[in-house]
Design a protein around this ligand. Structure first.
Ligand SMILES: [Zn+2]
Length: 229
């Protein structure tokens, strides 16, 4: 019965691939198989000294840093990020989280994570948007990796406006003390995986990581859905 209803629904409101807008079958998620195959991947994701990891060298101590997709020249990746961030496409967020989770399971270092921590939005911004896109990714990853997601350990204190027009140094200054760790005792000695949808300069990750590294014996790894390298 559900299948029949799904088919009728598909006739009335056809589901289209987020990237190429071709018709999707009811088995498909939000992206068609062909687009999945051709999305530009962050190919060096398994390497400890990949270009994304190098971005953080000399800035914060990390165990491992990686991403699933590469933003370079890709409208499809832009479209996916936009859908997740601004269009409330929660299924796509979960689906991409699962894809990122599968990619992390291929790397040994990521198999020793205690908690997944999505980069928090400022509560005001989260209220306006209604959700945090990084939480969706984290929930999808958690399904695949069987690792607990924690969303109340870190809070974002500052409501900074769009950072896109600022220079790197200004962004860095602006990002100081943005984040505060609320339950440091519960994180002592743990290895946490910080998640964000996209990493460009790495300033947000760095600021959140700095706050967390105040916790005794805490280790940090970082993963993002997409990276601009
Ligand atoms: Zn497609």
């Amino acid at each position: 019965m559900k299948k029949i209803l799904d088919s009728i629904g598909q006739l009335l409101f056809p589901k289209l691939c987020v990237c190429c807008e071709s018709y999707l079958t009811h088995q498909d998620g939000a992206v068609c198989d062909l687009c999945y195959l051709t999305l530009p991947k962050f190919e060096l994701y398994k390497l400890e000294d990949n270009p994304l990891a190098k971005k953080f060298w000399g800035r914060i101590n990390t165990e491992f840093v990686t991403a699933y997709l590469s933003l370079r020249n890709s409208n499809d990746v832009q479209r996916i990020l936009h859908e997740i961030k601004y269009k409330s496409n929660k299924n796509l967020g979960l689906e991409m989280g699962r894809a990122l989770g599968r990619c992390l399971l291929n790397t040994k270092k990521f198999q020793r994570i205690d908690y997944i921590i999505p980069i928090p939005l400022h509560p005001k911004r989260q209220n306006v948007r209604g959700y945090n896109q990084s939480n969706l990714l984290a929930d999808g990853m958690s399904e695949i990796m069987s690792i607990k997601v924690i969303t109340d350990a870190v809070v974002r204190m500052k409501y900074n406006s769009s950072q896109t027009k600022k220079k790197r140094y200004e962004r860095f200054i602006n990002s100081q003390e943005i984040f505060k760790v609320l339950k440091p005792k519960s994180l002592e000695g743990k290895h946490v995986l910080l998640i964000d949808d996209v990493i460009t300069t790495g300033a947000t990750m760095e600021a959140c990581g700095e706050a967390l590294l105040e916790v005794e014996n805490l280790k940090i790894s970082i993963a993002a859905l997409a990276v601009a390298t």
